[in-house]
Design a protein around this ligand. Structure first.
Ligand code: ZN
Length: 418
């Protein structure tokens, strides 16, 4: 089994090659830590969000949805403390002028040496250029991304801050400021929750690897309001529910870590007590990365001549897989291709389907395995006589002959909830 970091490299390369995730703005030299989701990536992302929304909002009687603005009144961030508290210590290497988070430099030193640096940053070597102890005195840096509304934008001049606004660093505040609106219109009673999916922005000094910790990211957040005193119990319930959700969609329990930042905040209720809130939150982008990392497998499969060859297969849960069914004529042929196109059109009414008639059939199976397509439907010359197709399952590679009439029913049984 490949090491985790090797596997990540392979996934970055697969993602670019097959249209899952592209480096953003690449034709203009790129923008660091910025990624675009390609045709397959957007399908996966939408699948993840759909599953989350179903389980967190639609299947529950005690949770409703919301879609609030990215830009809120600046007073919201004043009140929430983000203007003053949402800060990181920033330092700059005087030799290479790279900027770092001072706390992360210290942590990295401690991890390597087993103890914190005795004289602080003076003992730390620049991770970029290797110069030791050439860091500036850390200053606090606010992670909110600024923008300006309206026509005035004269930074530094008198009145230059008018129109200053912020892109939200989390979707939660949009939920809190709508608490009363939602309570009154939905006629819910505590305990109840409000769920929201959307983009958030943080001006990270040191963005992370690939789509992990980017400045622009998408969150799936739910704020669950409870009566004080019942919070411990609800907290436990939500931890169990969220772990179960990830595991149900195919993440290995061994790779699931629980971060106890399901925070308690208070919100104004208009009732006699201030409810506590439990916040089960997840990141869409990191979720997608976790699914890719866990699904990425290499095994062996027979080629056209029966020789075993290596195959890469994404063993994604069917609900997450970007393409559910691929329809493949055995070869590109004047009779087979139109027949296969008809089958693909029928399948497409139900699921995201692919049609491919380029290159040898074995290679096309490999291409579908590589993107995690659960079922390949092959149209061959026999199909023209018996009106049946061969359905091949991704993981077992088992093949079954199914009449075209019964194909949708056959797939429906196996692609439930997709
Ligand atoms: Zn440096």
């Amino acid at each position: 089994m490949a090491r985790r970091s090797d596997r990540l490299d392979e996934i970055v390369s697969l993602s670019k090659r097959r249209g899952i995730v592209f480096p953003s703005s690449e034709i203009y030299g790129g923008l660091r830590a910025s990624w675009d989701y390609g045709p397959l990536g957007v399908e996966m992302k939408n699948n993840i969000k759909r599953q989350w929304w179903r389980s967190m909002v639609q299947e529950r009687d005690d949770i409703v949805g919301l879609d609030s603005s990215v830009i809120l009144a600046p007073e919201v961030w004043q009140a929430s403390g983000h203007l003053t508290e949402f800060v990181d210590p920033l330092t700059e290497c005087l030799s290479c002028h790279r900027r770092f988070r001072a706390d992360q430099l210290i942590e990295a030193y401690e991890e390597k040496h087993g103890h914190p640096p005795e004289h602080g940053l003076v003992d730390v070597t620049c991770p970029h250029c290797g110069t030791r102890g050439a860091f500036t005195e850390p200053r606090m840096f606010n992670g909110l991304l600024r923008t300006y509304l309206g026509a005035v934008e004269k930074d530094g001049e008198e009145g230059g801050d008018s129109g200053l606004a912020y892109l939200r660093p989390e979707t939660a505040q949009g939920i809190f400021i709508n608490f009363r609106n939602v309570l009154q219109t939905s006629r819910k009673k505590i305990p109840f929750g409000i769920g929201q999916i959307g983009k958030s922005f943080r001006n990270e000094i040191t963005p992370g690897n690939f789509i992990f910790r980017t400045r622009e990211f998408e969150q799936m957040e739910m704020e669950f309001f409870v009566t004080p005193g019942t919070d411990e119990e609800w907290h436990e319930r939500w931890i169990t529910a969220r772990l179960a959700w990830h595991a149900d969609l195919g993440l290995s329990r061994d790779n699931l870590r629980l971060y106890e930042d399901m925070s308690y905040l208070d919100a104004e209720s208009g009732e006699r007590y201030i409810p506590y809130v439990i916040e089960p939150a997840a990141g869409v982008d990191r979720c997608l990365l976790a699914f890719l990392l866990d699904a990425y497998t290499q095994d062996e499969a027979p080629d056209a001549k029966g020789q075993m060859e290596k195959r890469t297969v994404l063993r994604l849960d069917h609900r997450i897989a970007p393409v559910k069914v691929a329809v493949l004529p055995l070869s590109r042929n004047a009779d087979l291709s139109p027949k296969a196109r008809d089958v693909a059109a029928t399948v497409r009414k139900h699921w995201n389907a692919d049609f491919d008639d380029a290159s040898a059939i074995g290679r096309r199976y490999r291409r579908q395995d590589e993107i995690g397509t659960p079922y390949c439907v092959t149209v061959d010359f026999e199909t023209l006589n018996d009106q049946a197709v061969t359905v091949r399952e991704r993981d077992s590679m088992k093949q079954e002959r199914i009449g075209i009439d019964g194909l949708i029913a056959y797939l429906s049984e196996r692609l439930a909830d997709c």
